[in-house]
Design a protein around this ligand. Sequence first.
Ligand code: ADP
Ligand code: 5GP
Length: 213
Amino acid sequence: MTQRRGLLIILSSPSGAGKSTLSRRLLEWDESLSFSVSATTRAPREGEIDGKDYHFLTESQFKRDVTEGEMLEHAYVFGNFYGSPKGPVESAISAGRDVLFDIDWQGAQQIQNSDLGKHTLSIFILPPSIPELRRRLEGRGQDSAEVIAKRMQKSWDEISHWAEYDYVLVNDDLDATKTRLKDIISAARLKRIQQPELTDHVRRLQMEFEELK
Ligand code: ADP
Ligand code: 5GP
């Protein structure tokens, strides 16, 4: 009936809790979801593709984009810059497509405090335990022991922002977490503010109601 307005769906978690895995599952579930490909100054990990996983930029390219107002939000995380390019988000949202963000608490705060904040759904993913978080980081096999130690040290910084999110999920069983995420997104899509054409629909109902008199 109505054309929806797109949602900005933010997933945050300490590194290793599972948000990239969950993002991939969500994108498979609903092909109309688009993923906000972040820009970063960190080096690509093995298998990461420029333009798909991240836009890999030099520090000067990144800073130029920030200065020119091309980033919706940006932050310094684990010694590198990360940011969400604004253009693709604005076009997806105005076409009624939801955009998924895998970003940290600093980026989540910036988007929630922006003009787009009222169209934002924020979800924090917690690990079942800290030893399990370490096991997942080690099991991923993508980072050196030194990088893993740095990420573990920083994980409390991220977790300490859990209460700033609309929803908080403990990612114990992957399938169960994915199901909960799908339920949350399906409900958020039906929020009144996401359905601008409801106003016209109710006006039509009112006219039909008047005709009954
Ligand atoms: P993040 O994006 O939050 O850094 P990843 O999605 O890369 O985390 O997940 C880290 C590792 O944990 C990956 O190897 C992934 O397969 C694994 N993982 C994710 N969720 C679960 C889960 N619920 N149970 C067991 N392993 C998981
Ligand atoms: P990784 O290097 O493991 O891909 O990401 C490290 C951290 O940076 C993760 O917590 C991830 O969510 C965050 N991150 C990735 N892209 C962005 C972004 O565009 N903005 C912000 N603020 N954080 C990001």
